[in-house]
Design a protein around this ligand. Structure first.
Ligand code: CP
Length: 313
């Protein structure tokens, strides 16, 4: 495995709100620490409590954080549906955080509004982890994506990486593309015109000298592509349902499409998926999307321990 971190690095007390706040050394240190958690459950977080506040639906992020916490001897409180919290009575996010910080050691928040996790972090001395804020960022998804890429390809540099689908609203794409600018890769951006990646990401790719191309055609991707990172077209993000209907079936990647691309390709998707990745690919040797979901527990164990200042030794 290349792209190893440079050793243990203290992240105690820090928030994980945006990948922009984390250097290449920081994220490599988290990936290395996660590797040390592979297959190891120890009561390192005994007595620690995670306060988990989900204002949007989740399966993977919510349950993998719960699993990580419990496997390390800690516990989780919170809600998976804000309708059962006092938010439904009109309580503000700021007041919610100021209350919940008394009940836990670290706070996890998913919210539909961009910037909500940053606001939460500004209201508390507890570390805050962003579990996804609108279309903005999903940092722990990025970390588990990088972990999976390194696991599958043995490196984080010198790769051809294609992003396909909703590049406009996908926070997993936004977080990962920004983070990949720390590495030297070639990026292919494939989307319908109406779902192109926002200009600020193009400016960042340009500023960092990353080689990239944009196209609508799936088959514009280089035949020796290493990673295909497909995303769901997210109906819930579209202000106009008519616009969703126009693009909802823009891509459907199946065995035939992968065989046409050829080569040794790793298939990634943050999940949940709809029809954009055919189930006939689930037993393809390159299919890594369920690995990503599994790696979420390993990576989140490392994140929780590092932000809480707890180590193996
Ligand atoms: N990938 C991801 O964030 O999945 P959930 O929405 O189920 O948490």
């Amino acid at each position: 495995v290349t792209n190893k971190g440079t050793g243990t690095l203290s992240l105690e007390g820090r928030d994980l709100v945006s990948m922009r706040d984390y250097s290449r050394d920081d994220l490599l240190a988290i990936l290395d620490e996660a590797q040390r958690f592979e297959g190891r459950d120890e009561p390192l977080l005994a007595g620690k409590v995670l306060g988990s506040l989900f204002f949007e639906p989740s399966t993977r992020t919510n349950l993998s954080f719960a699993s990580a916490m419990q496997r390390l001897g800690g516990s989780m409180i919170g809600f998976a549906d804000s309708k059962v919290s006092s938010t439904a009575k009109g309580e503000s996010l700021v007041d919610t955080i100021r209350v919940v910080e008394n009940y836990c050691d670290i706070i996890l928040i998913r919210h539909p509004l961009e910037g909500a996790a940053r606001l939460a972090a500004e209201c508390t001395t507890r570390p805050v982890v962003n579990a996804g804020d609108g279309t903005n960022q999903h940092p722990t998804q990025t970390l588990l994506d990088l972990y999976t890429i390194r696991q599958r390809r043995g490196r984080l540099d010198n790769l051809k990486i294609a992003f396909i689908g909703d590049l406009k609203y996908s926070r997993t794409v936004h977080s990962l593309i920004e983070t990949l600018t720390h590495f030297d890769n070639e990026i292919f951006l494939v989307s319908p015109q109406s779902l192109r990646i926002p200009p600020e990401f193009i400016e960042e790719l340009d500023a960092r000298g990353t080689v990239y191309s944009e196209d609508e055609d799936f088959f514009s991707i280089a035949p020796d592509v290493d990673i295909l990172y497909t995303t769901r077209i997210q109906q819930e993000r579209f202000p106009d349902p008519v616009e969703y209907e126009k693009v909802k079936n823009a891509y459907r990647i199946d065995r035939e499409a992968i065989e046409r691309i050829g080569g040794d390709v790793t298939l990634m998707h943050p999940l949940p998926r709809l029809a954009e990745i055919s189930r006939d690919l689930d037993d393809h040797p390159g299919a890594a999307y369920f690995d990503q979901a599994r790696n979420g527990v390993t990576v989140r164990k490392a994140v929780l321990c590092m932000l809480l200042g707890v180590s193996h030794d």
